[in-house]
Design a protein around this ligand. Structure first.
Ligand SMILES: C[S@@+](CC[C@H](N)C(=O)[O-])C[C@H]1O[C@@H](n2cnc3c(N)ncnc32)[C@H](O)[C@@H]1O
Length: 257
Protein backbone atom coordinates (compact mmCIF):
# COMPACT_ATOMS: atom_id res chain seq x y z
CA UNK A 1 0.00 0.00 0.00
CA UNK A 2 1.46 3.38 -0.89
CA UNK A 3 1.84 6.31 1.47
CA UNK A 4 -1.07 8.27 -0.04
CA UNK A 5 -3.43 5.33 0.48
CA UNK A 6 -2.37 4.97 4.11
CA UNK A 7 -2.78 8.72 4.68
CA UNK A 8 -6.24 8.52 3.18
CA UNK A 9 -7.21 5.75 5.60
CA UNK A 10 -5.95 7.93 8.45
CA UNK A 11 -8.36 10.75 7.73
CA UNK A 12 -6.10 12.56 5.28
CA UNK A 13 -3.48 13.45 7.90
CA UNK A 14 -0.36 14.06 5.84
CA UNK A 15 2.86 15.10 7.57
CA UNK A 16 2.76 18.56 5.97
CA UNK A 17 -0.78 19.05 7.33
CA UNK A 18 0.23 17.96 10.84
CA UNK A 19 3.38 20.09 11.01
CA UNK A 20 1.67 23.29 9.87
CA UNK A 21 2.20 26.90 10.97
CA UNK A 22 -0.05 26.58 14.03
CA UNK A 23 1.72 23.44 15.27
CA UNK A 24 5.12 25.00 14.58
CA UNK A 25 4.23 28.10 16.61
CA UNK A 26 3.06 25.99 19.56
CA UNK A 27 5.94 23.50 19.39
CA UNK A 28 8.55 25.22 21.55
CA UNK A 29 7.97 25.13 25.31
CA UNK A 30 11.23 26.67 26.59
CA UNK A 31 12.35 25.15 29.88
CA UNK A 32 9.50 22.63 30.17
CA UNK A 33 8.28 19.36 28.62
CA UNK A 34 10.62 18.17 25.87
CA UNK A 35 12.56 21.46 26.26
CA UNK A 36 13.26 20.89 30.00
CA UNK A 37 16.98 20.95 30.88
CA UNK A 38 16.71 17.45 32.39
CA UNK A 39 15.48 16.17 28.99
CA UNK A 40 17.72 18.18 26.68
CA UNK A 41 20.89 18.16 28.80
CA UNK A 42 21.60 14.39 28.63
CA UNK A 43 20.46 14.28 24.97
CA UNK A 44 22.91 16.97 23.89
CA UNK A 45 25.72 15.56 26.09
CA UNK A 46 25.42 12.13 24.49
CA UNK A 47 25.12 13.42 20.91
CA UNK A 48 28.10 15.76 21.37
CA UNK A 49 30.20 12.83 22.65
CA UNK A 50 29.11 10.63 19.70
CA UNK A 51 29.85 13.36 17.12
CA UNK A 52 33.41 13.69 18.47
CA UNK A 53 35.30 16.21 16.37
CA UNK A 54 33.04 15.67 13.36
CA UNK A 55 29.83 17.15 11.99
CA UNK A 56 26.30 16.07 12.90
CA UNK A 57 23.21 15.79 10.70
CA UNK A 58 19.74 15.75 12.25
CA UNK A 59 16.99 14.07 10.25
CA UNK A 60 13.62 15.84 10.88
CA UNK A 61 15.32 18.71 12.70
CA UNK A 62 11.99 20.45 13.40
CA UNK A 63 12.36 23.77 15.22
CA UNK A 64 15.89 22.88 16.35
CA UNK A 65 14.94 21.69 19.86
CA UNK A 66 18.09 19.51 19.93
CA UNK A 67 20.11 20.95 17.04
CA UNK A 68 20.28 24.51 18.40
CA UNK A 69 21.79 23.58 21.80
CA UNK A 70 24.06 21.00 20.12
CA UNK A 71 25.37 23.70 17.75
CA UNK A 72 25.82 26.04 20.73
CA UNK A 73 27.98 23.29 22.27
CA UNK A 74 30.36 23.70 19.30
CA UNK A 75 29.24 20.72 17.16
CA UNK A 76 28.58 21.80 13.55
CA UNK A 77 24.99 20.69 12.85
CA UNK A 78 22.98 20.51 9.62
CA UNK A 79 19.31 19.54 9.40
CA UNK A 80 16.91 17.91 6.97
CA UNK A 81 13.25 18.81 7.52
CA UNK A 82 10.01 18.38 5.56
CA UNK A 83 7.99 21.21 7.09
CA UNK A 84 8.72 24.79 6.05
CA UNK A 85 6.76 26.24 9.05
CA UNK A 86 8.95 24.21 11.44
CA UNK A 87 12.09 25.57 9.72
CA UNK A 88 10.67 29.11 9.93
CA UNK A 89 10.36 28.63 13.69
CA UNK A 90 13.93 27.29 13.84
CA UNK A 91 15.11 30.41 12.02
CA UNK A 92 13.94 32.59 14.94
CA UNK A 93 16.73 30.90 16.95
CA UNK A 94 19.55 30.13 14.49
CA UNK A 95 20.47 31.53 11.08
CA UNK A 96 21.40 29.56 7.96
CA UNK A 97 25.14 30.00 8.54
CA UNK A 98 24.88 28.59 12.08
CA UNK A 99 22.49 25.77 11.26
CA UNK A 100 21.94 24.98 7.58
CA UNK A 101 18.72 23.09 6.75
CA UNK A 102 17.76 21.21 3.60
CA UNK A 103 13.99 21.14 3.10
CA UNK A 104 13.09 17.59 2.05
CA UNK A 105 12.22 14.03 3.02
CA UNK A 106 14.70 12.37 5.38
CA UNK A 107 14.28 9.09 3.47
CA UNK A 108 15.64 10.60 0.26
CA UNK A 109 17.07 14.13 0.67
CA UNK A 110 20.80 14.80 0.60
CA UNK A 111 22.59 17.33 2.81
CA UNK A 112 25.99 18.45 1.51
CA UNK A 113 29.01 17.64 3.70
CA UNK A 114 30.67 14.77 5.55
CA UNK A 115 29.25 13.63 8.87
CA UNK A 116 30.40 11.43 11.74
CA UNK A 117 26.89 11.35 13.21
CA UNK A 118 23.33 11.27 11.88
CA UNK A 119 20.57 11.31 14.49
CA UNK A 120 16.78 10.95 14.44
CA UNK A 121 15.10 11.53 17.80
CA UNK A 122 11.72 11.83 19.49
CA UNK A 123 10.17 8.76 17.78
CA UNK A 124 10.28 10.44 14.38
CA UNK A 125 11.31 7.43 12.26
CA UNK A 126 7.73 6.25 12.95
CA UNK A 127 6.43 9.28 11.01
CA UNK A 128 7.47 7.35 7.89
CA UNK A 129 4.38 5.23 7.39
CA UNK A 130 5.68 2.19 5.55
CA UNK A 131 8.55 -0.22 5.97
CA UNK A 132 10.17 0.67 2.64
CA UNK A 133 10.45 4.35 3.62
CA UNK A 134 11.88 3.44 7.03
CA UNK A 135 14.54 1.21 5.41
CA UNK A 136 15.26 3.99 2.88
CA UNK A 137 15.78 6.35 5.83
CA UNK A 138 18.47 4.03 7.27
CA UNK A 139 20.13 3.81 3.85
CA UNK A 140 20.02 7.60 3.54
CA UNK A 141 21.73 7.93 6.93
CA UNK A 142 24.45 5.50 5.79
CA UNK A 143 24.99 7.54 2.59
CA UNK A 144 25.84 10.61 4.68
CA UNK A 145 28.40 8.81 6.88
CA UNK A 146 31.98 7.67 6.41
CA UNK A 147 33.44 4.41 7.80
CA UNK A 148 32.79 4.15 11.55
CA UNK A 149 30.00 6.75 11.32
CA UNK A 150 27.03 6.45 13.65
CA UNK A 151 23.24 6.69 13.27
CA UNK A 152 21.35 7.29 16.53
CA UNK A 153 17.64 6.61 16.87
CA UNK A 154 15.38 7.46 19.81
CA UNK A 155 12.15 5.50 19.62
CA UNK A 156 9.33 4.29 21.85
CA UNK A 157 8.68 0.59 22.40
CA UNK A 158 5.24 -0.26 20.95
CA UNK A 159 2.84 -1.05 23.80
CA UNK A 160 1.72 -4.36 22.26
CA UNK A 161 1.95 -6.18 25.60
CA UNK A 162 -0.87 -3.93 26.87
CA UNK A 163 -3.21 -5.05 24.09
CA UNK A 164 -5.22 -8.20 24.92
CA UNK A 165 -7.30 -9.55 22.02
CA UNK A 166 -10.15 -7.16 21.21
CA UNK A 167 -8.50 -4.08 22.72
CA UNK A 168 -7.22 -1.48 20.28
CA UNK A 169 -6.08 1.46 22.41
CA UNK A 170 -3.59 2.24 25.16
CA UNK A 171 -3.44 5.37 27.32
CA UNK A 172 0.26 6.16 27.59
CA UNK A 173 -0.06 9.41 29.49
CA UNK A 174 -2.80 10.81 31.73
CA UNK A 175 -1.96 13.93 33.70
CA UNK A 176 -3.78 17.16 34.62
CA UNK A 177 -4.63 18.98 31.37
CA UNK A 178 -3.45 16.19 29.03
CA UNK A 179 -4.33 12.66 27.92
CA UNK A 180 -2.25 10.78 25.34
CA UNK A 181 -3.98 7.79 23.76
CA UNK A 182 -2.74 5.48 20.98
CA UNK A 183 -5.01 3.39 18.75
CA UNK A 184 -3.29 0.36 17.21
CA UNK A 185 -3.93 -1.44 13.92
CA UNK A 186 -1.83 -4.55 14.55
CA UNK A 187 -2.60 -6.06 11.14
CA UNK A 188 -1.05 -3.14 9.25
CA UNK A 189 1.43 -2.15 11.96
CA UNK A 190 0.02 1.36 12.23
CA UNK A 191 -0.78 3.50 15.25
CA UNK A 192 -2.53 6.85 15.58
CA UNK A 193 -1.54 9.01 18.55
CA UNK A 194 -4.35 11.17 19.90
CA UNK A 195 -3.33 14.13 22.05
CA UNK A 196 -6.11 15.68 24.15
CA UNK A 197 -5.22 19.04 25.75
CA UNK A 198 -7.83 20.30 28.19
CA UNK A 199 -8.36 23.95 29.03
CA UNK A 200 -10.93 25.73 31.20
CA UNK A 201 -14.41 24.18 31.49
CA UNK A 202 -15.36 22.32 28.31
CA UNK A 203 -12.41 23.66 26.35
CA UNK A 204 -10.28 20.97 24.67
CA UNK A 205 -7.88 20.69 21.73
CA UNK A 206 -7.25 17.41 19.88
CA UNK A 207 -4.17 16.63 17.82
CA UNK A 208 -3.67 13.36 15.95
CA UNK A 209 -0.67 11.86 14.20
CA UNK A 210 -0.28 8.60 12.26
CA UNK A 211 2.80 6.40 12.76
CA UNK A 212 4.23 3.04 11.74
CA UNK A 213 5.45 1.40 14.94
CA UNK A 214 8.67 -0.63 14.97
CA UNK A 215 9.73 -3.34 17.40
CA UNK A 216 13.46 -3.02 18.30
CA UNK A 217 14.38 -6.25 16.47
CA UNK A 218 12.88 -4.95 13.22
CA UNK A 219 14.77 -1.69 13.68
CA UNK A 220 18.02 -3.67 14.00
CA UNK A 221 17.23 -5.53 10.79
CA UNK A 222 16.68 -2.20 9.00
CA UNK A 223 20.10 -1.19 10.29
CA UNK A 224 21.66 -4.38 8.92
CA UNK A 225 20.06 -3.84 5.51
CA UNK A 226 21.79 -0.45 5.38
CA UNK A 227 25.16 -1.87 6.47
CA UNK A 228 25.04 -0.88 10.17
CA UNK A 229 25.79 -2.89 13.31
CA UNK A 230 23.99 -2.20 16.57
CA UNK A 231 26.65 -0.68 18.83
CA UNK A 232 24.53 0.03 21.92
CA UNK A 233 20.95 0.27 23.15
CA UNK A 234 19.94 2.05 26.35
CA UNK A 235 16.65 3.02 27.92
CA UNK A 236 17.52 6.73 27.91
CA UNK A 237 20.15 9.29 26.97
CA UNK A 238 21.98 8.88 30.29
CA UNK A 239 22.76 5.21 29.61
CA UNK A 240 20.16 3.46 31.81
CA UNK A 241 19.94 -0.27 31.12
CA UNK A 242 17.40 -1.28 28.46
CA UNK A 243 15.10 -3.96 29.91
CA UNK A 244 11.84 -5.73 29.04
CA UNK A 245 10.02 -2.96 30.93
CA UNK A 246 11.67 -0.03 29.09
CA UNK A 247 9.17 2.23 27.35
CA UNK A 248 11.69 3.81 25.00
CA UNK A 249 15.22 3.31 23.73
CA UNK A 250 18.23 5.15 22.38
CA UNK A 251 19.91 2.89 19.84
CA UNK A 252 23.32 3.61 18.31
CA UNK A 253 24.11 2.00 14.94
CA UNK A 254 27.62 2.09 13.51
CA UNK A 255 29.08 1.48 10.07
CA UNK A 256 32.13 -0.80 10.04
CA UNK A 257 35.33 1.18 10.65
C1 LIG B 1 8.21 15.25 16.75
S1 LIG B 1 8.89 16.42 15.63
C2 LIG B 1 10.59 16.27 16.07
C3 LIG B 1 11.39 17.51 15.73
C4 LIG B 1 12.78 17.52 16.35
N1 LIG B 1 13.59 16.43 15.85
C5 LIG B 1 12.69 17.44 17.87
O1 LIG B 1 13.23 16.49 18.44
O2 LIG B 1 12.10 18.33 18.46
C6 LIG B 1 8.75 15.57 14.08
C7 LIG B 1 9.33 16.35 12.90
O3 LIG B 1 9.51 15.43 11.83
C8 LIG B 1 9.25 16.12 10.62
N2 LIG B 1 9.05 15.12 9.57
C9 LIG B 1 8.02 14.23 9.47
N3 LIG B 1 8.21 13.43 8.41
C10 LIG B 1 9.39 13.81 7.83
C11 LIG B 1 10.13 13.36 6.70
N4 LIG B 1 9.69 12.34 5.94
N5 LIG B 1 11.30 13.98 6.40
C12 LIG B 1 11.73 15.02 7.15
N6 LIG B 1 11.07 15.50 8.23
C13 LIG B 1 9.92 14.89 8.58
C14 LIG B 1 8.05 16.97 10.97
O4 LIG B 1 7.84 17.99 10.03
C15 LIG B 1 8.45 17.46 12.36
O5 LIG B 1 9.20 18.64 12.28
Amino acid sequence: MDRAAIDGDRGGMRQDEIWDAETAQRYDTPGTGMFAPEVLGPTVDRLAALAGRGRALEFAVGTGRVAVPLAERGVPVTGIELSVPMVTQLRTKADEATLPVVVGDMATATAPGDYTLVYLVYNTISNLLDQAAQVACFRNAARHLGPGGRFVIELWVPELRKLPPGQQATVWCAEPGYIGLDTYDVLRQQVVSHHFHFGEGREARLGRSPHRYIWPAELDLMGQLAGFELESRHADWSGAEFTAESRSHVSVYRLPG
